[in-house]
Every structure is written in C-alpha cells, then in structure tokens.
Design a protein around this ligand. Structure first.
Ligand code: ADP
Length: 581
C-alpha cells in the first residue's frame, strides 16, 4: 500500500472534484441496486396484479431513474478521467525534472530505453490504475454488499445457495490472478527489451546505416519482440480461458437458481416477480466477483509499475546542493586542484592531481588517449565529485558553492557540439535565454557565425536537423562558440575537435575562439599544436597522473613524455605548425 500512498499525493489538488465524482459513482451504483426491484414490481403488476396503471407508472419511474443514472455516470466518468490525465501529466513532469537532476553515474548505469519505457509504459499503467481501480472498488463493493443484503431479505434460502458457490469461485480466481501477474511481468520485461533495441538504433542510425547493419538490427529486434509475443501468448492462454470459464459458471449458477426458485414459485413460497428480481441480483453479484479478480491483477500490475518508477524517483541526485551554499559574486576565475583523486568504479582514474591556474590563464591538458583529460574536465564541471582532494574556485571548495551559480560561471564548448532540433536562434540562446536580438547577433558575429547564418534562407530561424545534422562540423562549432560567448562565463572549457577541418573553417573557428578566450580562464583538452604553443600552462597527463607541467619550450627541453608525444606527432597527427592556424 506504500506504493499507492506515494501516488496519492498527486490527487490532493483535486480532492473536491474527486469527492464529487465518488458521490456520483455511489449514486450510480445505488440506482443499479434499485432497478431490479422496479422490474420485480413490473412483473408482479403484470402477472399478479394485472394492473395497467401500476405498470405504466413503474415504466415512467424506470425511465426517470435511468436518466439520472446516466447523468451521474457521465459526470463521474469525465471527472475521474480528467483527474487521471492531470495526475499523470504532473507525474510525468516530475519524473522528467528528476531524471535531469540525476548524476551522470546514473545515466552510465541505465539504458535510455529503459527510462523511456518507464516514462511511457509504466506511467500509463499507473494512470489506468489510478482511474479504474478506485472506481471499480467502490462501485463493485456497493453493488456486491447492497445486492447481497437485498437478496438475503428477499429470499434467504436462494441466497444461501449462492453463498455456497461464491467462496470456491473466489479462491479459484485468486490463483488465476497470480499466474496472470507472473505472465504479464514477463511480457512487460520483454517489451521493454525490444524498446531498448529501437532506441539504440534510432540514436545510432548513422552507424547502423553506414555499416549496413539493418538486417542485423532487425534480427536483434525480431528476437526480442518474438519472445515478447511468446510471453503474450502465455498470458493469453490463461486470460482467454478465464472469461469464458466465468461466463459458463454464471450460466450454470443461473440455471440452478431458476430450477430451485421455480419450485418455490410453484409452491407459492415466492412470486414470479421476486424470482426475476432475485435472478437479476444474482447476475449483478456475479459481475463484481469477476471484476475483483481483474482488479486484483490490475492492482498488482500498478504496484509493480509504481515500484519501477519510484526506483528512479527515489534515486537521489548524487551531487546535491550544499545546505548553506556560498553565493558567488564577481569571481576572478582562479582554479586549484589539490590532491584530487577519482575513479568511476573501483579502479582509480585520476591519481593525486594538483595544479594551480591563475585568473585568465590558458591551460592545455595533453596526454595520450585515456590519460584522464576529459575526466579532469568532468570533475571541474561537477559532473562527478572527487573521491578525495579538493577543487577550488577563487579559493572556495566547489562543493560548497551553489551548483547553479557555480555552473553559470563556466562555459563549455564540447568536441561533438550537440545542437537541439530547434532553430539556430534557439540554439545560441541556450547560453542566455533572455538575451536580446542585438546581443545574439553580436555573439554570433564574434564567433564568426553571423555571416553563414544570415546567408541561409531563413537566417536565424533556420531549423537545424536533429543533433545539428544540417550544418557542417565547423558551422556547428561556431554556433557552440557563439552560445558560449553569449553566456559570458569567467571560465571556459574547450574540448577541441580531433577531426581536422579545412583551413578556412579552422581559421574562422580559431578567430572565434580567441575572442571567446580573451580575459577568461580557459581549459583546453588540446589536440592542436597552435593552442598548445600559446598555452600559459601545459599539463601533461599519463594514466591519470600529472607527469609534467610547463610551457612548450621547457617541456620540449625536458625531453619527457611531451617531447615524445610532440615529436611523434601524437598530439595531433593532422594539423601542423604553419598550416594556416
Ligand atoms: P582522455 O580524455 O584523456 O582520453 P578519459 O578521461 O576519457 O581520458 O578517460 C580516463 C580513463 O577513465 C580511461 O581509462 C577511461 O576508460 C575511463 N573512463 C572514462 N569515462 C568513463 C566512464 N564514464 N566510466 C568508466 N570509466 C571511464
């Protein structure tokens, strides 16, 4: 029940509407109970009283009551449906915000498809349950208890007969319900696995196509979805049997009732109208029993879905804001790493790294692939916190700073510039959502992007394809630079692209970068010699340790790893000095 308690908080704002809806629902169910009594009187009016007027009057009553019942039913259907949709919408928004707040570690451990499936499938299951379970519970409870009370009053002997048959039926239904649950779990799991394949293919469609691996992926998907089919059939074997079985039982019980009740009518122990009414009540009672079984499985399914969703909602963002965050104002932009060590899992990736960066300096991180350059950047951006040691900004341990105001001081120009599928304008504005048109254009100009943007037919309103596919690599980078210029951070992080661009693109980007880097503390994961030459500090990393630091000349004189990397051109195999940079 804890699971449902969690969900109920989403219903709170709608308490009044829900109470009204439940009232309508109760009235609908009560009217259901009265109807057979009217039918009883009608039949008796025909068979026993043989009176037209009584019959006509009862017919009118019936019409009016059914009219009311319909009105109540429409009302509660609408309100429950509406509130259900509203609650799931609120729930989805919270789920989305929560996902965004989680640490990168979380995303590393989960597959995107799995999260998508929780967002869509599980939350839909919950929505269904939210609406149908309470409605059915109330309606069927009223119906079952009310009908039982009435028939006990009408004819206790016949009622006894029914009560004899009920308990075994309930037990049987429970057993069935359990098995159904197991099968639906398996089905859901399997479907989620198929969705994962779809998601993976969609996000890597270029790779799939370039390797012409469509048949391979199709087979992979087919394997998953065919297994899902088998699970669905397993489930079907039970559920298909269940309905007809209950129906058959219902007829059997009905026949028994007519047989026994017929004897009672013939012996004058009851009237034909009463037998008919009794019969209708018996049918009414059969309904809830079937529904309770269905409800039982639905509740199980909903509970599991809620558990799966809460497993994510209960995951705490690992990197949380400190309790009394230090506000940041007018920082100079000095950075210190003090004995920082870190590992993604058990093995260490960064070992006891210390260095000082003065405000406005440019630092190049250099080293073979896997040396830990990107990891240092991730620590600086607080995507992860160090296992030991401290990172300071202007002397403050960055863990004590307000996360948002801290990150607002840092601008990132990543290697693979991901652009959102909106317009060029929206992509640049991502750096500063409330920037004016003039600020926007100025930033684009400084980034050498204004010209190519205005040359496009729709200018700043050009829609960039998904992940920016309509723009060239160089153009995407310049948009990223414009975005960072607009953000105007004190600290800049550049992850240089390894792929070489043509000379013109290179020099356009270089100019843009120089404007961007002026007066900012800059970290560069460096591949280009030109940037490295100019750096105030080169930090040479190997296997997570700093092996050398200094400027180009003295590092060359050291004849250490830097010298080796440089002379073997492993810093960047494609771009040379004097190549136009
Ligand atoms: P570089 O940027 O110098 O190429 P990285 O910082 O990306 O190096 O990687 C340093 C080490 O950390 C490598 O051994 C890499 O395999 C490992 N690593 C990087 N990212 C992750 C991650 N998200 N999870 C686990 N290990 C990682």
């Amino acid at each position: 029940m804890k699971e449902f308690h969690n969900i109920l908080k989403y219903a709170k704002p709608y308490t009044k509407s829900l109470i009204f809806a439940f009232l309508c629902l109760a009235l609908t169910s009560l009217i259901n109970l009265v109807l057979p009594l009217i039918v009883r009187n009608m039949i008796n009016a025909v068979v026993v009283l043989k009176n037209h007027e009584v019959l006509d009057g009862l017919a009118w009553d019936l019409i009016i009551i059914i009219g009311f019942q319909a009105a109540f039913a429409v009302t509660h259907n609408y309100i429950f449906g509406f509130v259900g949709h509203r609650m799931t919408t609120d729930f989805r928004i919270e789920f989305f915000s929560h996902i965004q707040s989680l640490s990168l570690r979380f995303f590393q451990e989960r597959r995107v498809g799995e999260i998508l499936s929780r967002m869509s499938n599980d939350i839909s299951v919950i929505q269904n349950a939210l609406v149908s379970i309470p409605v059915a519970l109330l309606r069927q409870s009223i119906t079952l208890l009310g009908a039982l009370a009435i028939i006990l009053h009408l004819n206790w002997k016949l009622t006894g007969l029914i009560l004899l048959i009920l308990p075994p039926l309930m037990i049987f239904a429970r057993v069935f319900g359990r098995r159904l649950k197991v099968f639906s779990e398996k089905l859901q799991d399997q479907l989620a696995q198929a969705v994962v394949v779809l998601e993976e293919v969609m996000s890597s469609i270029k790779i799939v196509k370039s390797f012409t691996r469509e048949p391979y992926e199709r087979d992979r998907f087919q394997e998953k979805i065919e297994t899902a089919f088998e699970r669905a059939v397993d489930k079907l074997k039970i559920s298909a049997f269940f309905g007809p079985f209950i129906l058959g039982l219902t007829f059997l019980v009905s026949a028994l009732l007519i047989w026994y009740g017929g004897y009672q009518v013939m012996h004058g122990a009851t009237t034909p109208g009463e037998l008919a009414a009794f019969f209708l009540y018996a049918l009414i009672i059969a309904g809830p029993i079937g529904t309770f079984v269905r409800l039982y499985t639905q509740i199980q399914e909903a509970r599991d879905a809620i558990q799966r969703v809460y497993e994510i909602l209960d995951t705490q963002p690992i990197i949380q804001n400190p309790e009394n965050p230090v506000p940041l104002e007018n920082i100079t932009g000095s950075i210190q790493f003090e004995n920082v060590s870190f590992g993604y899992q058990d093995t260490g990736v960064i070992h006891d790294v210390s260095f000082d960066v003065l405000p406005g300096q440019t630092v190049a991180l250099v080293g073979p692939s896997g040396a830990g350059k990107s990891t240092i950047i991730k620590l600086l951006l607080r995507f992860f916190d160090p296992n030991s040691g401290t990172i300071r900004l202007d002397g403050h341990d960055i863990r004590t700073l307000d996360r948002k105001s801290f990150l607002s001081q840092i601008g990132l120009v990543p290697q693979e510039t991901l652009l959102f599928g909106g317009t060029v304008r929206e992509n640049i504005l991502y750096g500063k959502l409330d920037a004016t048109e003039a600020e926007l254009e100025e930033a684009a100009q400084k980034a050498n992007a204004h010209e190519f943007i205005t040359n496009m037919e729709k200018g700043y309103d050009t829609i960039v394809g998904e992940k920016g596919t309509k723009l060239s690599g160089g153009e995407r980078q310049r948009i990223a630079i414009a975005r960072a210029i607009l953000k105007d951070p004190k600290i800049l992080v550049l992850d240089e692209a390894t792929s070489s661009l043509d000379n013109r693109s290179e020099s356009l980007i270089k100019e843009g970068l120089e404007t961007l880097m002026a007066h900012r503390t800059t970290f560069i994961v460096a591949h280009r010699l030109s940037t490295i030459h100019k750096a105030d500090q080169i930090i040479v990393l190997d296997k997570g340790c700093i092996v050398e630091t200094g400027q180009h000349e003295n590092l060359m004189n050291n004849k250490g790893l830097y010298h080796t990397l440089y002379t073997m051109k492993m810093l960047d195999p494609t771009v040379h000095e004097g190549s136009g940079l």
